[in-house]
Design a protein around this ligand. Structure first.
Ligand SMILES: [Mg+2]
Ligand SMILES: [Zn+2]
Length: 220
């Protein structure tokens, strides 16, 4: 990828299934909910995303302390991410995590891995006495192909695009679809890769951040 000028780029990076090996919300629902619907992050069909996601999370039975313990003990960092983060920081490349998940899990997780100097845009979980609810970052009707997405990655993309010539998006799942259709360079895996292929969206397949570092920085 010889046409990349380091001064022109920024990274917008999905969290679940991208920075983490597995989708923490899928894992959360699988472990702590009795509801049989699983793996919304990889759904291929048409869904009302916010409604389905809220329904799933409302059925999760967990305290705030248990959620934190789950995020810190059971969720793993994707291979190569720390080095990718360090390299990007050393080159002053702007980067942000944009997630359909929850900042109250994401921030402690990143902190645990010594990733402290990074902007995070995500929803929030509110823990009540007997229930959990989602406080969405955005609530805009039909902002995306999946309807209202909760934390609109397209809106974050448009903001970053004003200051950076090339916005590079890295993701894997359903909340990444619309932004993948807009970003200048897209790294896609799993459901997002299938979606991009099906919809003729140019993308670079990836498996871990060493793949991405090799392509962007020419070295790992
Ligand atoms: Mg994801
Ligand atoms: Zn949206």
């Amino acid at each position: 990828m010889t046409d990349i000028n380091i001064k022109d780029i920024c990274f917008l990076i999905d969290f679940d299934g991208t920075i983490t090996k597995m989708d923490s919300n899928d894992l959360l629902v699988e472990k702590f909910s009795h509801n049989p619907i699983k793996d919304i992050s990889q759904t291929e069909g048409e869904v009302n995303f916010m409604e389905s996601f809220s329904f799933l999370i409302n059925n999760v039975n967990i305290t705030e302390e248990e959620y934190l313990e789950f995020m810190l003990k059971e969720v793993e960092l994707t291979k190569g991410f720390y080095d990718f983060y360090k390299k990007s920081k050393s080159l002053n490349i702007p980067m942000a995590v944009i997630s359909g998940g929850f900042e109250n899990g994401i921030l402690p997780f990143l902190n645990k891995h010594d990733i402290k100097d990074i902007d995070v845009y995500a929803n929030r979980l509110n823990f009540g006495d007997n229930n959990i609810s989602i406080e969405y970052y955005h609530n805009i009707d039909d902002c995306c192909d999946i309807g209202s997405c909760g934390n609109c990655k397209v809106i974050h993309y448009e903001r970053y695009k004003k200051d950076n010539k090339k916005v590079i998006f890295i993701g894997d799942g359903i909340t990444d679809r619309s932004v993948a259709g807009k970003a200048d360079i897209v790294f896609a895996k799993d459901g997002l890769l299938k979606y991009c292929n099906k919809n003729d969206i140019d993308c670079i397949p990836w498996k871990d951040f060493d793949d991405i570092s090799k392509i962007i920085f020419g070295t790992i």
